[in-house]
Design a protein around this ligand. Structure first.
Ligand code: AHM
Ligand code: MG
Length: 338
């Protein structure tokens, strides 16, 4: 029998689903439930990006509760994003509890499936106040295994776990393209949505944060209220203490600011300030997933006292300072804080 050899002129596309399934082969006996769960997130974020992309066209901007031309109640984009995440994840029996920036309390999934073994926490649309001016926004997520003995009576117990217990984390940035970056604790991979076929395709395999960058990223308008070590550190970056003088880049949209930091290196900081004595960003669904991705890519993340991933959460919406970035800048910052 003659075996035909196929010679392709175009490289094969690896979709996110294929990548997850291949990765799961590391675990003999894996049921596929986890891949099915992640596919709920990819589906939801495709729905969200479609709305974000047409935000100006379909009259979706504006306050929740405003009537649109058809007389329907207009949905604010972050309400839509939250519902997309909840609808998609609730159809996965492996998911028992969800916690979202948009919901005060964690949500118990109505299926009450005894086999549910995961909790997912997310910010469905971070930085949504930037949409009106066409700035990148993002979705962040983090997945925990159900702790031993946790039941549906106490959904907080499912999600109030330190970040070092995350089994997966990621984000989607709705920028000049839609990119999903995720980790299952085995490196960081990035997938770009191919809008022609509607699939996330592997574009950034095994991402590594450069050991040093050339930018710092912080809202300097609050500089007068930062604790003194932040001001001193930023000044030292400007003065060339790490070998060159740094530039400043701040979008004001966490996922976009972090995505740049991941690709180019440098440091992102959201310190405590007068309005937010604990910092503004939320530990569970903003700082934790970003910290896990950063560490998996060779960077670090701290609240200035301890590793973000070691903070024991006490509330679903608790805030923390977030300082995250390349090894060199982070070591210099941590040294200054000691
Ligand atoms: P949000 O969750 O209300 O959208 O706010 C979070 C956003 C982050 O994306 C960003 O890092 C931060 O707020 C910017 O805050 P500030 O305008 O104070 O610099
Ligand atoms: Mg947010």
């Amino acid at each position: 029998m003659i075996h035909q050899k196929f010679i392709f002129e175009t490289p094969a596309s690896i979709t996110i689903q294929q990548h997850i399934l291949q990765d799961q082969q590391r675990f003999p006996g894996a049921s596929g439930e986890f891949s099915f769960l992640l596919s709920a997130i990819t589906l939801a974020t495709k729905k969200i990006q479609a709305k974000v992309r047409s935000a100006g066209l379909i009259d979706i901007l504006g306050a929740h509760g405003v009537e649109n031309v058809q007389g329907e109640i207009q949905q604010k984009l972050d309400v839509y994003a939250n519902e997309a995440m909840i609808h998609c994840l609730a159809s996965r029996p492996s998911v028992g509890v969800l916690a979202s920036e948009e919901n005060e309390q964690p949500l118990v999934m109505p299926h009450l499936s005894p086999s549910a073994k995961y909790a997912v926490v997310f910010d469905p649309l971070d930085g949504s106040s930037n949409i009106d001016v066409n700035v990148s926004v993002g979705t962040t997520f983090s997945i925990f295994r159900r702790p031993d003995g946790a039941d549906f009576e106490d959904p907080n117990a499912w999600v109030l776990q330190p970040g070092n217990k995350q089994i997966s984390a990621g984000y989607v940035v709705y920028g000049s393209s839609t990119v999903m970056v995720y980790t299952v604790g085995n490196g960081v991979h990035g997938f770009t949505l191919d809008p022609n076929v509607g699939a996330y395709v592997l574009s950034h395999e095994n991402m590594k944060m450069p050991e040093q960058g050339s930018c710092y990223s912080v809202n300097e308008a609050y500089a007068n209220n930062f604790p003194p070590e932040y001001g001193a550190f930023i000044q030292s970056l400007r003065d060339g203490a790490l070998g060159h003088s740094y530039k400043s880049r701040y979008i004001g949209s966490l996922v976009a600011d972090f995505h740049r930091t991941l690709l180019r290196g440098g440091i992102f900081m959201y310190p405590p300030n007068k309005t937010h004595s604990e910092g503004k960003l939320r530990l569970l669904y903003e700082a934790n997933p970003i910290a896990m991705i950063a560490e998996q890519a060779g960077g670090r993340a701290t609240d200035s006292n301890q590793r973000i991933l070691d903070i024991k959460p006490t509330g679903v919406h608790q805030r923390c300072p977030l300082i995250v970035g390349s090894k060199l800048e982070m070591e210099a910052f941590e040294k200054l804080c000691q």
